[in-house]
Ligand binder design. Sequence first.
Ligand SMILES: Cc1ncc(COP(=O)(O)O)c(C=O)c1O
Length: 263
Amino acid sequence: MHYWGVPRSLGAETRAFHLQPKQNWEPDWDEFERAVTPETRLVYLSNPNNPTGSILSLESMRRIVARCEKTGTWLLADEVYQGAEIERERTPSFWGMSDRVIVTSGLSKAYGIPGVRIGWIVGPQDIIEDCWSQHDYLTIGPNKLSDRIARTAVQPANRERCYARTRAVLQTNLPIVREWVSELRGRLSWIEPEAGAIGLMRYESGQPSVEIAEMVRVNQNTLIVPGSHLGIEGYLRIWLGGTEHFLRSGLQRIGAELTHQLK
Ligand SMILES: Cc1ncc(COP(=O)(O)O)c(C=O)c1O
């Protein structure tokens, strides 16, 4: 919700383009070109993507960059899930594809250390200077312990160890979730994520996703994300991270509720 909520709160007009499940979560290019025009100041996207867990093809990345160059639009690529690929090779960065690219990332996802609250931004020098200036208003400085942990984590050898740990967790958990979905006998369907600990699942009943998520919360004391909060009604986003025991227990609770709610 904050993808469009934050810019709107600053007075911006926002237009969305959606990844299409029928096109293996690639954009609808007509919709993309309608959304990104010479009036557009900035395109924001996350790749690998939350909530689909999908990764754009290189061809799509080039197409997005070309459109931004043509329309004079900044491209802000949130690459916090880069390194959290489950089976495939590392996702290429948008960085370096054009002078109009800005990249953000941090330690919260692929590195698996969200608690340190450290991230970064890469972009043209004048933009980064403006960001520093804004940042200095918000915080006097990073927490020193976090800073120390972050400096250690981003050392190339340690970074690879963090990514390997994330990959191992996801490679253990994905088959557990796959089996859970099949045991629900068609109540849920999904395109499995290529990266990240998120499963975006479709259900067929006409029930609002927010009602389903609320029943799972109230009756099972478990949180899932309703698709309507992500701009895609008819879907539920279910976490697939955590230890095996924790994941299985959460899935068992969600499954009990969905078996009851979705006939
Ligand atoms: C696309 C995206 N970017 C960034 C983050 C992490 O944010 P932070 O670095 O504030 O923990 C998330 C967490 O859900 C995310 O989904």
